[in-house]
Design a binder for this molecule. Structure first.
Ligand code: SF4
Length: 281
């Protein structure tokens, strides 16, 4: 059974939670962060699919401001449409749609700025336009790329990939707190797993990846090494064993995690857990 990359980081966070959700089918009530995260994924998926049309439509010299305006006009329309389509989910977590627009727009604007600068730099260097510009453009920025491997027994969706001819660089976009140094362990595992999946999919070597902490506006590098790859292989086996087992893991040691946990009610309710366990035996 293929394991999703996010399951690896969930397992690192708390094996008991993963067991409750995936084996005992305990549902976590919708959370603000999940709704915003899935909205963001939908928007980036659309942005990714529309990139060729925007780039290939540049037929002559264009200024940074003009290109940025093109992106901004297009992206703000997409954002409004997606928010309206997700109105009921947004209301379910007591968010206001205007607030959602205000909170999401800086991220989308940042995407527009990165893409505009990237394209302008490339035009300045090679002086090419239209279809040729799209075909030769590097790095090509791919968002929300699905990757999977039978050999690794892994699958996932990479937030962003920068493609430099044959070099692939995975980038994860994260909201929330950033550690003082480096990246959170779950984020490191995600980048390493995506690096392995990209290597397998595109038959290339992936030497590094990045985590972009959006709220802190900082990007941190992760160098991929063989130990990480071994850790991923072992983690996949551990998660597969957990999903096949009928043994509820212990409570996690860090009680701060429990305070914020969405399945805490069931987790600490012995009677409910015993009933759920009896149903799978
Ligand atoms: S409440 Fe704590 S121990 Fe229970 S699943 Fe959540 S994080 Fe894990």
């Amino acid at each position: 059974m293929k394991i999703s990359v996010t399951m690896l980081s969930s397992y690192l966070y708390c094996p008991r939670k993963l067991f409750l959700q995936r084996v005992l089918a305990v549902e976590e009530p919708p959370k603000e962060s999940l709704v915003l995260g899935s909205l963001r994924h939908e928007i980036y998926d659309f942005i990714n699919r529309s990139e060729e049309i925007i780039v290939a439509s540049i037929k002559e010299k264009i200024s940074y401001d003009e290109l940025l305006t093109t992106y901004k006009t297009f992206y703000s329309r997409i954002l409004r449409e997606k928010i309206i389509n997700n109105k009921s989910r947004i209301k379910e977590v007591n968010l206001d749609i205007v607030d959602v627009f205000k909170r999401t727009w800086p991220l989308i604007l940042n995407e527009a700025e990165i893409r505009s600068k990237n394209i302008l730099d490339f035009i300045q260097k090679y002086n090419i336009y239209g279809k040729e510009l799209w075909e030769r453009l590097t790095p090509k920025i791919i968002s929300e790329q699905r990757v999977e491997s039978d050999r690794l027994q892994l699958k996932g969706i990479v937030d962003r990939i920068e493609v430099y001819e044959t070099r692939y660089v995975p980038i994860e976009l994260k909201t929330g707190r950033m550690p003082k140094q480096g990246v959170w362990p779950g984020h490191k595992i995600q980048i390493a797993a995506y690096a392995m999946l990209l290597e397998e999919t595109f038959k290339t070597k992936v030497k590094e990846g990045f985590v972009r902490y959006l709220d802190a506006d900082e990007t941190r590098q992760i160098a991929i090494n063989p130990f990480m790859k071994e850790e991923i292989i072992n983690l996949v086996k551990d998660v597969q064993n957990l999903l096949k087992s009928q043994n509820l893991p212990n409570y996690c040691e860090n009680k701060n995690k429990c305070t914020k946990c969405g399945v805490r009610g069931t987790c600490y309710n012995e009677q409910e857990v015993t009933t759920l366990l009896s149903e799978i035996q």
